[in-house]
Design a protein around this ligand. Structure first.
Ligand code: SAH
Length: 257
């Protein structure tokens, strides 16, 4: 292969939550390409690099820009928040890369919001879980509904990405209404906002309360499974160890139902 492009997951925001490999790939790059918000988050350390961007929604142009820069002989890196392969641009890079057979793509994993958010809340994902994005920009809403129902049926802990945007104010309420048809209203839930960035906040609530909670495009939402509990303000999903089982009351009694 003549050229190489790094596809870098930069984690939720601050440098401490980036992997050593991600930092090294960026250090080795001549040009770093990404959405402006992420380039800004990279901070001083990479100010000396050539930084290129395209506006939001121009993802294809951003990807093509990477291949064009690589063809000029530069080492290019594309940055995505969290993990580039989780609602990120890694797959689009492989798609566009079909036209550039001389370019090798190297994906560097990053800490996704499910993981960094879970850490802030305690241990909400300590058993089987599903991740569902509420954005219907690229996925029809009826498919999203189907996945939410299936996640509830399977008693998965659930993480919701993209719970809201300027145009989609009521999507979290709509998702909660679907879940409330299958899950008791007292089910422990949590939200985290601005992980690894200024204004980090996390809080716990019930599924019923979650329905009317204000969230934004920098919020990640967690819904517990039937074993989840709120312990000292933390959202904990049990793994099923003997002492966890001993601590559990009769089925369904913990959440006020
Ligand atoms: N590739 C990213 C996800 C992009 S989708 C990742 O792996 O984390 C965008 C959604 O991710 C947001 O709407 C939000 O739900 C979540 N998210 C991304 N960064 C976040 C952060 N710093 N704090 C809270 N949620 C975040």
């Amino acid at each position: 292969m003549e050229h190489k492009i790094y596809i870098v997951g930069m984690g939720p925001g601050r440098e401490g939550l980036m992997t050593g490999d991600a930092l090294e790939a960026l250090e080795q790059s001549d040009v770093i390409i990404g959405y402006t918000v992420y380039l800004d988050l990279l901070g001083e350390r990479f100010r000396g690099k050539e930084l290129l961007s395209t506006p939001m929604r121009q993802e294809e142009e951003r990807c093509r820009m990477c291949f064009e820069e690589a063809e000029k002989g530069k080492q290019a890196a594309l940055v995505c928040s969290g993990d580039a392969g989780i609602y990120g641009m890694a797959s689009l890079m492989y798609e566009i890369g079909k036209a550039y057979p001389e370019t090798e793509l190297v994906v560097i994993p990053g800490i996704t919001a499910a993981s960094s958010g879970a850490a802030l809340l305690g241990a909400p994902l300590n058993h089987d879980f599903c991740v569902v994005s509420l954005s219907d920009l690229l996925t029809p809403w009826d498919k999203i509904e189907k996945r939410l129902k299936a996640a509830a049926e399977g008693d998965f802990a659930i993480v919701l990405y993209n719970p809201s945007s300027r145009k989609r104010k009521d999507y979290l309420a709509r998702a909660c209404d679907i879940l409330l048809g299958r899950i008791e209203p007292g089910r422990p839930c949590g939200t985290v906002e601005n992980i690894g960035r200024e204004g980090t906040e996390s809080s716990v609530c019930t599924l019923q309360e979650l329905r009317d909670k204000e969230v934004n495009m920098f919020t990640t939402v967690f819904i517990g499974n039937s074993t989840s509990e709120i312990v000292d303000g933390k959202l904990i999903t049990k793994r099923g160890y003997p002492s966890e089982r001993a601590a559990k009351g009769p089925a369904g009694s913990r959440n006020g139902i």
